[in-house]
Design a protein around this ligand. Structure first.
Ligand code: FA5
Length: 343
């Protein structure tokens, strides 16, 4: 008949024996078979446990604890051996699948945002006509944005451009026209500038955004005429859209030009025959324009007796929308790579 110390020693031996058995095994099936051989109903541990009943009652808890310990040891060994095996298989797979001698996959190069491309292209077309780029601040004084352009505080034209005010005298510029003012105040004619840049208005729908881009143009010299304005804009539209599109200058009111005109171009989708984009009219508006009002010359220190000038301001998002069939202005600003990478 066994006694407790002998049983405990035998149980410990079983633990060591199990370790020796599974160490060389290299697949899950044989490890599980070995586990059953020791822990199964007729396994070696169970056989030993049969003798538990023959022990004096006082010894049983001690031996019971030793049985549990050896069971746990065997379970732990099975678990850690299985993990080792899985690791080895993963390493083998990796070695087989990754050919480290292959050249690396090329990293896709980025490119300029569509609006940046359009802005640079527009500037390039005007540069070929002798215009240079001028800049002004986006946070602008009320005076440069409105007053110097003959739009005093109580003028109804202020309602045409819903303004973000920073303070009573400071605004987020609502158009690029204040760059006209800054240019005329600092450089004598002849002037030929274009001023691309961001502008801000309380405006929000599929074709209007609270922040958008305009390109302003200003030419001041002796003998500048309305024909020069039309010729410049016509050349621009043909070059930018690379098609023989016409323009029309539709009488309109801007306080800082006289006469003033909206710039319409023939619809680039239907070539003027009428479609959804141009609402059946054959024409789409791209900006405003006109001859610089002598009052503005006076406010900006230009001799209105000697010089005349034309000015225009166009929305670049609108033109990119027409050229690339973009149907919501928000796409430009959302940063969705699926949209951006098309251009
Ligand atoms: C002006 O802003 C005048 N400063 C243009 C001008 C310059 C007239 C020089 C005369 C002489 P207007 O508010 O119409 O004009 O805006 C010009 C163009 O900007 C519009 O034709 C349109 O293409 C674009 N635009 C206006 N509001 C938005 C907006 N919220 N989102 C996108 N584009 C806009």
């Amino acid at each position: 008949m066994s006694n407790a110390p002998e049983m405990i020693a035998n149980l410990e031996k079983l633990g060591d024996e199990f370790l020796a058995v599974i160490r060389p095994l290299a697949d899950e099936q044989s490890i599980r078979a070995a586990q059953a051989q020791f822990l199964g109903k007729k396994g070696k541990v169970s056989e030993l446990m049969k003798e538990l009943g023959r022990l004096p009652a006082g010894d049983r808890p001690l031996v019971g604890a030793a049985v549990n310990k050896v069971k746990q040891t065997i379970e732990d060994q099975v678990q850690s051996r299985l993990v080792e095996l899985a690791d080895a298989v993963a390493r083998q797979d990796l070695a087989r699948k990754v050919d480290v001698t292959l050249p690396a996959r090329p990293i896709g190069g980025g490119h300029l945002h569509l609006l940046t491309q359009v802005r640079l292209e527009a500037v390039q077309i005007f540069a070929e006509l002798g215009f240079v780029v001028a800049e002004g601040p986006q946070i602008e004084t009320d005076w440069h944005t409105f007053e110097a352009l003959a739009i005093p505080k109580d003028h109804p034209a202020r309602d045409m451009q819903d303004t973000f005010y920073v303070s009573e005298e400071i605004v987020l510029r609502t158009h690029t026209s204040p760059v006209q003012v800054r240019t005329m105040l600092t450089q004598p004619p002849p002037i030929r500038i274009v001023a691309p840049g961001h502008v801000f208005r309380r405006d929000d729908d599929p074709t209007h955004s609270p922040m958008f881009t305009q390109i302003e143009g200003l030419a001041v010299d002796v003998g500048i005429s309305f024909a020069d304005l039309k010729g410049t804009l016509l050349h621009f539209v043909k070059r930018f859209f690379q098609r023989d599109l016409g323009i029309r200058l539709r009488p309109s009111y801007f306080p800082f030009v006289e006469p003033g005109a909206e710039v319409d171009m023939q619809c680039s989708f239907c070539m003027g025959s009428g479609c959804r984009v141009c609402k059946g009219t054959g024409w789409v508006e791209i900006g405003g324009s006109g001859m610089v009002d002598p009052e503005v010359f006076g406010l900006c220190g230009v001799d209105a007796e000697k010089y005349t000038g034309f000015a225009f301001g166009m929305g670049l998002e609108r033109m990119a929308m027409l050229r690339h069939a973009v149907n919501d202005i928000k796409f430009y600003y959302e940063g969705d790579i699926r949209f951006l990478e098309q251009f």
